[in-house]
Design a protein around this ligand. Structure first.
Ligand code: SAM
Length: 167
C-alpha cells in the first residue's frame, strides 16, 4: 500500500499542482492520496478522473498531517532536495510493506524531517513535488506503471494519433 501525503496545500494557489500530485500518484501506482487542507472540488475532480480512466485510488482532503504521520505504521519517505541521494535511499527502503511518501508545497516543518524514516532527494536541486513524486515512484516500481482496465474509457497506445476505447 502506497500513500502519498501532500502537505501545505493552499486551495486558492495550489489547485493545479496538487491535482498533478494526485494524478501522478495514481498514474505511477500509489493507492491513496491524503491532502492536509479541505478541498471538496479536488476530491470531486479526482473521483471523476478515476471513474473515467480507472483505478481504485482514493483521495481525501482535510487530513491532519501530524496525526497521519504519527499513526502511520510503515516507512515514511519524505521527498526533499536536502535528502539522501535516490540511489542510496533505494537500498534502505524496503520494497514491501506500507510506504507513505510525503511531499510539500512551500517550507516543510522540521517535524516532518524528523518523523520521516528517510528524507530522500531526487537530485539535490530544487524542482517540483510532481517531478520528485513521479521519479520516486517510477524508481520504486522499477519503471512499471499500472494499466487500469476498470474505467469508462481506455487509451490504446497509438504512435500516430489518439485511440480511445469507450466501454
Ligand atoms: N525547499 C523545498 C524542499 O525542501 O525540497 C522546495 C520546495 S518545492 C517548491 C515543493 C516540494 O517539492 C518539496 O516540499 C519537496 O517535496 C519537492 N521537491 C522539490 N525538489 C525536490 C528534490 N530535488 N527532491 C525531492 N523532492 C523535491
Amino acid at each position: 500500500m502506497i500513500t502519498v501525503l501532500r502537505i501545505g496545500h493552499r486551495p486558492e494557489r495550489d489547485k493545479r499542482i496538487t491535482t498533478h500530485v494526485a494524478l501522478t500518484a495514481r498514474a505511477f501506482g500509489a493507492n491513496e492520496v491524503l491532502v492536509d487542507t479541505p478541498d471538496r472540488e479536488l476530491e470531486v475532480n479526482f473521483e471523476s478522473t478515476c471513474q473515467r480512466w480507472g483505478g481504485d485510488v482514493k483521495l481525501r482532503t482535510g487530513v491532519n498531517w501530524r496525526q497521519a504521520l504519527k499513526e502511520f505504521k510503515g516507512q515514511i519517505v519524505h521527498l526533499t532536495m536536502y535528502g539522501e541521494t535516490l540511489d542510496k535511499a533505494m537500498v534502505q527502503i524496503k520494497p514491501f510493506g506500507d510506504i507513505m511518501i510525503v511531499v510539500g508545497a512551500e517550507k516543510v516543518p522540521r517535524e516532518v524531517y524528523e518523523r520521516a524514516s528517510i528524507n530522500v532527494g531526487v537530485g539535490n536541486q530544487p524542482h517540483s513535488e510532481v517531478a520528485a513524486l513521479g521519479v520516486f515512484l517510477h524508481t520504486l516500481f522499477d519503471g512499471k506503471m499500472p494499466d487500469y482496465d476498470d474505467g469508462q474509457m481506455k487509451i490504446l497506445p497509438n504512435p500516430r494519433g489518439k485511440t480511445v476505447e469507450s466501454k
